[in-house]
Design a protein around this ligand. Structure first.
Ligand SMILES: [Zn+2]
Length: 112
């Protein structure tokens, strides 16, 4: 008989208590922006989405990213309008620091 590793009991979600958000589900999608004739992209952007784990481990509440402006910019991280997707520009470790910086982006500002 084979040994099986012990498993931790799953804590059921109690609807009368707030979720403590201790387990997460995250996705990272890497976008290759405007590849040229050689197939080399002009930029790379990591798009990150995080939520509390789905039941029974968590409550599946989406998380919002703080501190980054809304829009898309290849010089610094930005967020989607609902702040649930982080757009983080990145480059291969061997690329120059200005890799992807010449591409246009956009900003979203709240006006009153
Ligand atoms: Zn939760």
């Amino acid at each position: 008989m084979a040994d099986t590793p012990p498993t931790e009991p799953v804590q059921p979600v109690d609807p009368d208590r707030p979720c403590l958000h201790t387990v997460f589900a995250a996705t990272v999608t890497v976008a290759r922006v405007e590849p040229d004739d050689t197939g080399m992209p002009k930029a790379f952007v990591a798009e990150v989405v995080v939520q509390c784990a789905p039941p029974p481990e968590g409550c599946a509440e989406p998380f919002r990213f703080s501190g980054a402006p809304a829009g898309l910019n290849y010089r610094h991280p930005t967020v989607s309008v609902d702040e649930k997707t982080l757009h983080a520009p990145m480059r291969p470790a061997s690329a120059d620091p200005d890799f992807g910086m010449g591409l246009p982006g956009f900003a979203i500002r709240q006006v009153s």
